[in-house]
Design a protein around this ligand. Structure first.
Ligand code: SAM
Ligand code: SF4
Length: 342
């Protein structure tokens, strides 16, 4: 048993920020690398981080476990593409002890699905129950264009393998005005027909990419109104403390979520923080605030010092973001989503 496991058994003081919000959810990015280059996420020729800057799997595990010891109930592994990180299953395996001890409610991941066919069985074995798969279109050509070269067949095979392994799948789709807006009802029908929930995401101004994101921005408020012209949607009380609002679609029998960081303010109930693969803790997706936990670790911090550094960072969690999409304005935050972890 590590000191963190012991701390959670004794019930430590929870992580509460200066606005009274309790942090119970950590998103952990395990790599900035990816086998795709989605147009809204990455530049075509991304320069990836040198290996020495990226936390080892042991370092990532140590920080994640410290959070669990401080009351984090949900861990989402993300990236870049988490399943391209060598040895990532070892991290899942190690973190699964917190599921077994009851300290953690959920261990999950967000993936582009290209390697799911290979990993679905192992994920289910270590206690992962639900996963998010990002998929913006069902059209192979458009998929190839949006991901700059990806093969949709791998993702579809990955989703099938995940379901066969007993994992519950949710599809995340970024709503893009010109590219997939017209196809979204078909994508939703397809997913619901397979028992897969869907969450639609507005494009967020994170990191410089080649395209002008204002051209692709589609307000989900407008999209929802359009979907309601032919579907009956009932609000679900389900709240994850995050920016998603869910409805049930009567005609398809499935759940549909809307993540609207730009047209809806969700910060009052925010329960989450993000750790980059370099050990930078971001307590707000839309602000530049950051705490360098890698430096803390690599300076030989004790467990108690690491916990102090985490508390200090959470204490400074900003009240909210101020995302806005203005034509030709620089991104609200300079880092890419692939660095922060979506
Ligand atoms: N590679 C994995 C994937 O694609 O699921 C995990 C990391 S990815 C950064 C996480 C999520 O962020 C994906 O669903 C992706 O569509 C979304 N995303 C990336 N850039 C975005 C942006 N600028 N605005 C909104 N969502 C974005
Ligand atoms: Fe890779 Fe995910 Fe970013 Fe697409 S959204 S480039 S799959 S990290």
């Amino acid at each position: 048993m590590t000191p963190y496991d012991a701390a959670s058994a004794q019930g430590p003081r929870p992580l509460i920020d200066s606005f009274g919000r309790t942090v119970t959810y950590l998103r952990l990015s395990v790599t900035d690398r990816c086998d795709l280059r989605c147009v809204y996420c990455m530049a075509e020729h991304m320069v990836f981080l040198p290996k020495a800057e990226v936390l080892t799997l042991e370092e990532l595990g140590r920080i994640a476990s410290a959070f669990v010891g401080l009351g984090t109930r949900k861990l989402r592994i993300t990236g870049g593409e988490p399943l391209v990180r060598k040895g990532v299953m070892g991290l899942f395996q190690s973190l699964s002890r917190h599921l077994q001890s009851g300290a953690l409610d959920e261990l999950t991941l967000t993936t582009n699905g290209t390697r799911l066919a290979e990993f679905a069985g192992q994920l289910a074995e270590v206690g992962v129950r639900r996963i998010n798969v990002s998929l913006d279109t069902l059209k192979p050509d458009l998929f190839r264009t949006l991901t700059r070269g990806g093969d949709i067949a791998k993702v579809l095979a990955g989703i099938e393998a995940a379901q066969a392994a007993g994992l519950r799948v949710k599809v995340n789709a970024v709503a893009l005005k010109d590219d997939n807006a017209a196809e979204l009802p078909d994508l939703i029908r397809w997913a619901h027909g397979r028992g897969v929930d869907v969450t639609l995401i507005e494009t967020m101004p994170m990191g410089e990419v080649e395209a002008d994101r204002t051209d692709q921005y589609l307000s989900l408020t407008a999209l929802r109104a359009e979907l309601e012209s032919f579907w009956t949607m009932t609000d679900l009380p389900l709240s994850t403390g995050g920016p998603a609002r869910y409805v049930e679609v009567a005609e398809t029998g499935g759940r549909l979520g809307f993540i609207t960081p730009l047209s809806h303010n969700f910060c009052e109930a925010c329960n989450r923080v993000r750790l980059t693969c370099t050990g930078t803790l971001h307590t707000c997706l839309g602000q530049e605030d950051a705490a360098d936990l890698r430096a803390v670790l690599r300076n030989g911090a004790s467990d108690a010092e690491l916990i102090d550094a985490i508390r200090l960072a959470v204490d400074a969690k900003p009240k909210g973001h101020d995302f806005h999409i203005a034509r030709a304005s620089p991104p609200a935050v300079a880092r890419h989503m692939s660095t922060t972890g979506g």
